[in-house]
Design a protein around this ligand. Sequence first.
Ligand SMILES: CC(C)(COP(=O)(O)OP(=O)(O)OC[C@H]1O[C@@H](n2cnc3c(N)ncnc32)[C@H](O)[C@@H]1OP(=O)(O)O)[C@@H](O)C(=O)NCCC(=O)NCCS
Length: 153
Amino acid sequence: MITFKAVTEASIDALMHIENACHSHPWARSTMQSCLAGRYFNLAAFQAEQMIGFYIGEKAGPDFTLMDICVAPQFQGQGIAKQLLANFIAYGEQHNAENLFLEVRETNTRAIALYEQAGFSEMSIRKNYYPSDDPTKNGHEDAILMGMTLLFG
Ligand SMILES: CC(C)(COP(=O)(O)OP(=O)(O)OC[C@H]1O[C@@H](n2cnc3c(N)ncnc32)[C@H](O)[C@@H]1OP(=O)(O)O)[C@@H](O)C(=O)NCCC(=O)NCCS
């Protein structure tokens, strides 16, 4: 059975294990640590005691941003990110967010499909936003800024 709960810095090793397995350019441990308190919020998915996915969100007034979402590779394709993202949106609704935002690599078609299915749409392009190892990309890759308004929902 998959369960969900918010986590603190005590879970940093498990978070970093998934982060490193999921991203070509993972967050530094210190970045992850600083995103677990204050204006940040999160939810992690567990199978038994094992963490298998998480998201990190940030509140800035009426604007809430999805900073990171990852599902451990062996647990992908089972609807876990969909549940985590639904929680992020519900959290925004419950805490009076007006707008939800996120950035995604233009080549990350899985994540883009996940976000579009949840109701996010493209707002703009941030040129050369991410570092990239892709030899066709000149060291950088564009980000798509996606958003969703909750004002009229
Ligand atoms: C993107 C990611 C979080 C999706 O996690 P997941 O648990 O596998 O996703 P789910 O099983 O909940 O799938 C939800 C939706 O995502 C999309 N999706 C997931 N896997 C996909 C794939 N292989 N191909 C295309 N779309 C896919 C689909 O829209 C899917 O909905 P559907 O099953 O109804 O078609 C996961 O692949 C991941 O951790 N990737 C690495 C980290 C990352 O890129 N994070 C996003 C940063 S912006």
